[in-house]
Design a binder for this molecule. Structure first.
Ligand code: GLN
Length: 256
């Protein structure tokens, strides 16, 4: 594995980066490095072209409506089609909040402006009457294993899934996609969207490894089993949010 290398495209790092979203990149880079895998990070912003041949992972963080208004036209006109093609080809994507919304069909700001998205996820995000703010814990399934994911959400948009994608998980505590149907996030092929800031990946090392594993499998064709790391601290951070969230709100149960 020592010679393995992956390339990650970081979309609009200068505009879409709130609540420590960049920590996701650091977590991916460190977890790769500890296993001898080089992860090159390529920032791609306004006016830049997406490097499509060497692109294994894409990260798209969150942002305020103001930034999303700037990003949406550039993203849809010069990058959306390339991202859709890459996703169809199995490229791994993680998108958080504002980035997740712009990977759907549309996101409507609190002021009522409808912004176009790339349509990677079959989702639409109209505005809601209140912001959804706080810790969130969900039950997800990663490679057939039930796993909890924890994060921090802060969004006015409510996201509704169409039939073309699956939810990432079921909300145990928090609002998730829309505060109504108990779903959180979306999954289409190897693309994952969610409302979980945090940073997400340092507190959910199992999700970080899931994404790295998928990217390695696509690039090198091997059923890569990543050597385990000492995740004592990450696990403590994860459990601390689970415990805190459990105290703050009733844990939901039942089917979606
Ligand atoms: N501006 C979007 C909303 O309020 C996204 C916010 C975010 O990325 N945290 O819904």
């Amino acid at each position: 594995m020592a010679d393995d290398a992956l390339t990650l495209v970081h979309l609009y790092p200068d505009l879409m980066n709130v609540y420590g979203d960049r920590g996701n990149i650091i977590a991916l880079q460190r977890r790769c490095a500890w296993r001898g895998i080089e992860l090159e990070v390529v920032p791609v912003s306004l006016g830049d072209r997406l490097p499509t041949t060497a692109c294994d992972l894409i990260f798209f963080g969150g942002g305020q409506d103001r930034e999303q208004e700037v990003v949406s036209p550039d993203f849809v006109s010069s990058k959306g089609a390339a991202v859709r093609e890459l996703v169809e080809d199995g490229t791994v994507v993680l998108a958080v909040c504002g980035g997740y919304q712009l990977l759907g069909h549309t996101y409507t700001t609190v002021d009522g402006e409808e912004l176009a998205g790339a349509g990677v996820f079959d989702v639409r995000s109209p505005p809601g009457p209140r912001r959804h703010i706080g810790n969130i814990v969900i039950q997800a399934e990663l490679d057939g294993e039930p796993r909890t994911l924890v994060g921090f959400e802060n969004h006015s948009g409510r996201t509704y899934l169409g039939s073309g994608c699956q939810p990432l998980g079921r909300v145990l505590t928090g609002s998730g996609n829309n505060g109504e149907d108990g779903t959180e996030g979306a999954v289409y092929r190897n693309a994952y969207g969610c409302y979980m800031h945090g940073s997400l990946l340092p507190k959910n090392p199992h999700l970080a490894d899931h994404l790295i594993g998928r990217a390695l499998r696509r690039r090198y064709g091997s059923a890569a089993t990543l050597p385990p790391l000492d995740d004592t601290l990450e696990e403590r951070a994860h459990q601390a949010v689970v415990r805190r969230a459990g105290k703050l709100g009733a844990v939901r149960s039942g089917a979606w």
